[in-house]
Design a binder for this molecule. Structure first.
Ligand code: NOJ
Ligand code: CA
Length: 571
């Protein structure tokens, strides 16, 4: 059989698909939409819900199963919407509840599930309950909904403990009493404008169950749960021990790994309650945890039978482009999840990290929190090549996978953004030492020749697009052989056709630097080394870069080979 004969059309491939039913989340490819940067409908330069609705057919065509939307709720946007002032309404910048319903209906009409973000660790300081807490004063029922404490020191002038905000600086802010005197302090693991909820309070738990009901009743298919590991804090809010501080300092992404505010065992009570509620709707509504926990074993606890359905595998995101390291992470991930009967949820990029095209183009070393013009710049060509190889590897693995908007176009970060334009609070909270996450949040390029690269009418974009985005615009790649977009589309179609998401990884020993395994009828090989190696046996189905010599697997390349067909043709 020749390669040409194995090339079937997408319609043929998708026509035979069975409806996976409640198990959809075990195999789903979920596309993350960052609403402010996906598509703008009204020309204000900020993406919105009608913009998403209009562009949904492009995602159906790409072949993803679901979309996850970062927050679009009413918010002063102190942390790009992860500071929610009203959990039951849409922020006017993104549209209205009616726009949401229209978007949901359109998505469902196209066969796409819809997951929304649930920001349950903290609200906005402009939430009516926080304003009521400030007004009501110490000891009130209103203050019990958040985490208020007296300060330490002679006059309460020191924060209640030594915790630091993930966005840098202290995790406590002091209030001012109505008479102008300094008052209690409140906890915020993130920005000052994001006070932490008190999850020990049954009123807070009841409120969130009601918020879940609100969106479930509207028809959403699930929730991505923001900082799912932080809702419960250690009793007494003890200081963070120096060892934890060291672990935190070793991290450059701003998310602590261990400490009295993270991954407390009792947080699982909350998810059991939520799961019980979801199950009263239908077995196909899902919860996905965003939990930066120290180990894959700890992560697996979030996807136990009666808890969430998915948890992002950040261990995989953080893996180096190195065969041994990747293999160890893949093995550990699958083994840890098997102990609880859950699939893994692979991910390479999101709105909080440097896009994998840029990340993999940097010299080896710690993962930076944003890249500035004066920093070492990524090698774009190398980064794109590796990113495509890393993606093809990810999409060949069993389980679910998340794709961040724009990665299907091979977008890099904006790595020379004007510092004055930065909006991530990390930038000023770190005293202008950490760029933060704006570089991965730039408006998408749709049409190369339109103003603003087709992001919205009139060409306004809330952050400028780097020059490199024009050539990467969707219309420059659509149906263009060898483009990154076509690689994603083909990979998603083959992933379905060959049922890779429900397969198993069977390692094959290979050259150093090469990762090789079978999954069903396919052999997958990824060369993370610097030298070409002989191509493994099999019929080449697809490759992360166009290949002229089918006998060689070049460096930084992943291939999918049809093993069964090869064996048959040999016999
Ligand atoms: C994780 C979100 O992904 C990030 O964008 C946000 O800043 C923090 N949680 C706080 O909500
Ligand atoms: Ca808009």
């Amino acid at each position: 059989m020749t390669i040409e004969e194995t090339t079937v059309t997408f319609t043929e491939l998708t026509a035979d698909l069975e409806n996976p039913g409640p198990d959809w989340r075990r195999t789903a490819v979920v596309y993350q939409i960052y609403p402010r940067s996906f598509a703008d409908s009204n020309g204000d330069g900020i993406g919105d819900l009608p913009g998403i609705t209009r562009r949904l057919p492009a995602l159906a065509e790409l072949g993803v199963d679901a979309i996850w939307l970062s927050p679009f709720y009413k918010s002063p946007q102190a942390d790009a919407g992860y500071d929610v002032a009203d959990y039951r309404d849409v922020d006017p910048v993104f549209g209205t509840l009616a726009d949401f319903d229209a978007m949901l209906q359109r998505a469902h009409g196209l066969g796409l599930k819809v997951i929304v973000d649930l920001v349950s660790n903290h609200s906005s300081d402009e939430h009516e309950w926080f304003q009521a807490a400030l007004a009501a004063g110490p000891g009130s029922r209103e203050r019990e909904r958040y985490i208020f404490r007296e300060g330490r020191g002679e006059n309460g002038e020191l924060p209640p403990n030594n915790w630091e905000s993930c966005f840098r600086g202290p995790a406590w802010t002091r209030t001012t009493n109505p008479d102008g005197t300094p008052g209690q302090w409140y906890l915020h693991l993130f920005d000052t404008k994001q006070p932490d909820w008190n999850w020990e309070n049954p009123e807070v738990r009841a409120e969130f169950l009601d918020v879940l009901r609100f969106w479930l009743d509207r028809g959403v298919d699930g929730f991505r749960v923001d900082v799912a590991h932080s809702l419960i804090k250690a009793p007494g809010l003890p200081d963070q021990a120096p060892a934890d501080q060291a672990a935190q300092d070793a991290e450059t992404d701003g998310f602590f790994l261990t400490g009295p505010m993270w991954d407390q065992d009792r947080v699982h009570e909350v998810y059991r309650d939520w799961r019980a509620l979801l199950d009263t709707y239908s077995p196909d509504r899902i919860l996905c945890a965003e939990a930066w926990v120290p180990s894959l074993d700890r992560l697996a606890r979030y996807v136990r039978d009666d808890e969430m359905h998915q948890a992002f595998n950040f261990g995989y995101l953080e893996s180096e482009w190195d065969a041994a390291h990747l293999r160890a992470t893949i093995d550990k991930s699958i083994a840890a999840n098997e102990t609880v009967g859950a699939p893994t949820t692979w991910v390479l990029s999101n709105h909080d990290v440097v896009r994998h095209v840029s990340r993999l183009g940097l010299p080896a070393g710690p993962r930076p929190n944003g890249i500035r013009a004066e920093d070492v710049q990524p090698d774009h060509e190398l980064g794109l090549r590796r990113a495509r190889a890393a993606t093809l590897l990810m999409l060949s693995l069993p389980g679910s996978a998340y794709v961040y908007q724009g990665e299907e176009l091979g977008l890099p970060d904006h790595t020379s953004l004007d510092d004055d334009l930065r909006q991530d609070p990390t930038w000023w909270r770190s005293q202008y030492t950490e760029a933060g996450r704006d570089g991965c949040r730039v408006p998408l390029p749709w049409e190369a020749d339109e103003p603003g690269l087709g992001f919205g009418p009139g060409g306004a974009t809330w952050l400028p697009q780097p020059a490199a985005y024009a050539e990467l615009a969707r219309d420059r790649q659509h149906e263009v052989e060898g483009s990154t977009l076509e690689m994603y589309r083909t990979a998603l179609a083959f992933r379905r056709a060959f049922a890779l998401a429900v397969g198993t990884v069977g390692w094959v020993e290979s050259a150093p630097g090469v990762l090789q395994f079978t999954n069903g009828e396919l052999t997958v090989a990824a060369n993370t080394g610097t030298e070409s190696v002989p191509m493994p046996e099999g019929e080449l189905l697809m490759s992360s870069v166009p290949l002229t010599d089918h006998g060689t697997l070049p460096a930084d390349t992943t291939v999918w080979l049809l093993t069964e067909v090869f064996n048959e043709s040999q016999s």
